[in-house]
Unconditional design. Structure first.
Lengths: 298, 298
DNA sequence: ACAAAAGTGTTTCGACTACACCCATGG
DNA sequence: CCATGGGTGTAGTCGAAACACTTTTGT
């Protein structure tokens, strides 16, 4: 499928271009991505001749392939290095992050099955895998790369930064610790087709960074929700926990959210007030500066 | 150049893919971008069959076309909407930001000739153009879009955020105030070919955002420099001024910079100590968290 | 001497953190 | 009545912003 021509005196190629989607949802307290097969594969589709915009192309093929209507969509990165698919031809993939409401359909993979070390919420699984990975990394990093390793993994006094998910994946890859290579263990997660796991890591990094300065969580929430529920979703995506009283306070201080008047009695203790996203204020695209608290645990 | 085939039951196209570079340098206190012609055009080149990575392709064609060796390179965004070039065929452009040292060669355009409103450093030109643009925007925005307009332009108590350059360009575009359309004035800057001015705005936004959390300015500095010189370059890119004593203090507090021992007597008043970028600490890619102060003027 | 730029000390302010504690409900 | 989650008040901490002031050169 290569049609060389000449321009600027050098070879010009006409190549295949695909769109790849990382569709994220949160189911209970579990983030999931759309990916099926073994090994897992992200949904991908072509540019459509009849669609004017890339996003429209993306929305349509995701709808057709999976039945999901995407809310928020954001372009991530374009991958085009030679040999991505294991063969010589160049494949260009424009990757997107999309947010969708959870459902019970097939094809949803737990995000932290793919990148287990990114889930730092307290739990037996988290702690076990963590020590194993840290040991392997320390062994590999010593001594030249130990500054980088401890920075990325929040060791030696550095804070753990959720949004460095991609850089952590890249370090594991360099260290030969990811599932696609030989030294992989259970703690380094499930492999995917081609470089799809790197694309997922890219999406997670971007999502976590975006969370800190744009109100995108609400794309994952129903119309009315409690602040506790909102906190659970944020924590699920960030992979770590926040200080509850402060979270409650800060939500709404920015005018992000307004009470509906209703209450939810199903939460366990005292009934929680229901809120809705104050969308009126944010219909204008790209309004920034509306921070949600995101954990920066030590 | 369209070769339709079938997959997923829909049309798949093989398309032309180009790389587009926004190469930025700072000459004195003037930021410049590589763009020649009338109207101006960004350097663009093909994916190279023989280059493994996109960045290598980019570096090589920029070197060949312009003689410039790029330091820092970062992928920006992939543009592929139909009709970008004014004709029906789809053109995919993968855009990059590159930083280079200034020189006196041809082809350098002043960045703020293209986006004049982005330069808020005190000066006669800045103030004149600003009131004109603000008036036009207020007229267009009233009343539905005035929240967005005042947010983006730092009106009504909002701070001016340098990194929103792209969003400001997009608003001007929607308002029909950019040079490419009819209502343009001198204050809305010089037009470019196709959507190249949007790409420049994208690059400026990204560069300003990156400045805040990664030590990329040093790619634009010579080996030894004074803190005053560093401040001028940061201010040139940010388009606004910083509080001098604080800037001096903060530089170096993060261990970013170390004295060479030399001094520069050519600065006007008291001679300034020379510094060098503490590169040893930052050879590892993607070390984050090394903030440089960036203006957040009212 | 004085302008001009370099450089230091100190205070203020606001955002985020952490801790302590009260509230309302279901079992 | 007590466990559980919802909710509020308030003190501490840290870094950025602002202000005042000293130092060192060239002319």
């Amino acid at each position: 499928m290569e049609v060389p021509s000449h321009r600027y005196g050098v070879t010009v190629s006409t190549v295949r271009v695909d769109l790849v989607a990382v569709v994220v949802s949160v189911d209970g307290q579990t983030p999931r991505v759309l990916a099926a097969g073994a090994p897992r594969r992200l949904p991908a589709g072509p540019l459509r001749a009849e669609q004017t915009s890339l996003q429209a192309s993306l929305r349509e093929f995701v709808l057709e392939q999976t039945g999901h209507r995407l809310g928020f969509v954001e372009q991530l990165y374009t991958f085009a290095d030679l040999g991505r698919g294991g063969h010589a031809a160049r494949e260009v993939s424009i990757s997107y992050l999309g947010l969708a409401h959870a459902d019970t359909g097939p094809g949803w993979t737990r995000l932290y099955d793919l990148l287990p070390w990114e889930d730092r919420r307290p739990g037996p699984r988290a702690d076990a895998g963590r020590v194993e990975i840290v040991r392997a990394i320390r062994a590999w990093a010593r001594p030249d790369r130990s500054a980088r390793a401890s920075f990325l993994w929040g060791l030696d006094g550095h804070p753990w930064r959720p949004e460095l998910a991609l850089q952590r994946y890249e370090l594991l890859w360099e260290a030969g610790l990811v599932a696609e290579s030989s030294d992989a263990t259970e703690a380094t997660g499930e492999g995917m087709v081609q470089d799809h796991r790197r694309i997922v890591a890219t999406a997670l990094s971007r999502l976590r960074a975006t969370l800190q300065y744009r109100p995108v969580v609400f794309e994952l929430m129903p119309d009315a929700f409690t602040r506790g529920r909102l906190q659970v979703v944020v924590e699920a995506l960030a992979g770590s926990t926040v200080h509850t009283p402060n979270f409650r306070r800060l939500v709404g201080q920015h005018g992000l959210v307004e009470p509906t008047g209703g209450v939810d009695h199903g939460t366990g203790g005292r009934p929680a007030r229901l809120y809705r996203f104050h969308r009126a204020l944010f219909t204008e695209r790209d309004l920034v500066g509306t921070k949600l608290p995101v954990p920066r645990a030590r």
